[in-house]
Write a protein that binds this ligand. Structure first.
Ligand code: NI
Length: 246
């Protein structure tokens, strides 16, 4: 190898080394950029609470719990006392998997127009049955049909949680119609009403979860929504949504 060949070889080595350095820098830089985009996507578009009334039911509620677990999403279930007595294992599963449990009366009856004694009988029996399963907790109340009067506000002994988005899932029993209501109406601070009685509601609920997550919303329990807003729920007060204070 003469001097000329040697300097060519040296030059080639430099070129290869430079190319390697540039590509390594590119890999590191593009990786960082990707990470930066992920971080930039972190602030959520808003928080939404999905709520399910009238359960628990062995088939549909379990299917819903499976789907929520796969997606890592927590929801709120307002339970009917006599259903709780029939399906205690489903209630324990809800509790174990981090969902919020609330009251929806013992016999699914409208509380509006009832006396103090009648209200307390409906709520206390449900409360005690739930406490025997999941321990001494306070439960929020979803009044059947959203009917509230002054006597109920006075004797509920629980925050009264209504809703801001009504999917009317029990009426349409149509997956597309339910998903359309949610995607068109739901936004930050909304409380969405659904029922885990019907297979169509379960399919629609999980489709809604996927859509809302894609849009950048976080799905939380009603309790968590209060905490995120820095608000403590008051017994006897009616809430239908928890938007961020301007
Ligand atoms: Ni109901």
């Amino acid at each position: 190898m003469n001097g000329k060949q040697r300097s060519r070889l040296l030059w080639a080595a430099w070129v290869v080394a430079f190319a390697l350095a540039v590509s390594a820098a590119w890999v590191i830089w593009s990786g960082e950029e990707e990470a930066a985009q992920t971080t930039a996507a972190l602030p959520p578009k808003g928080y939404i609470a999905l709520t399910f009334d009238d359960g628990p039911w062995p088939k549909t509620t379990e299917a819903l719990l499976d789907g929520l677990a796969q997606r890592g999403v927590k929801a709120t279930f307002f339970l009917v006392g006599e259903q709780v007595a029939d399906h205690p294992d489903t209630v324990k599963r809800m509790e174990d998997e981090g969902h919020q449990i609330g009251l929806h009366t013992w016999h699914h009856v409208p509380l509006k127009g009832m006396t103090r004694e009648e209200i307390c009988a409906q709520l206390n029996k449900t409360r005690q049955t739930l406490q025997a399963l999941v321990g001494p907790e306070d439960f929020m109340l979803r009044p059947p049909y959203g009917f509230v009067d002054e006597t109920l506000e006075h004797w509920a002994q629980a925050p009264i949680i209504c809703w801001s988005v009504d999917t009317e899932d029990w009426k349409s029993k149509n997956v597309d119609a339910i998903v359309q209501v949610v995607t068109q109406q739901a936004g930050d601070g909304d409380i969405i009403l659904m029922h885990d009685i019907f297979e169509t509601s379960v399919t629609a609920a999980l489709t809604c979860v996927d859509r809302l997550l894609e849009e950048g919303y976080y799905l939380v329990t009603v309790e968590d929504l209060f905490a995120l807003r820095g608000e403590s729920p008051q017994a006897g007060q009616v809430y239908s949504s928890l938007p961020e204070e301007p």
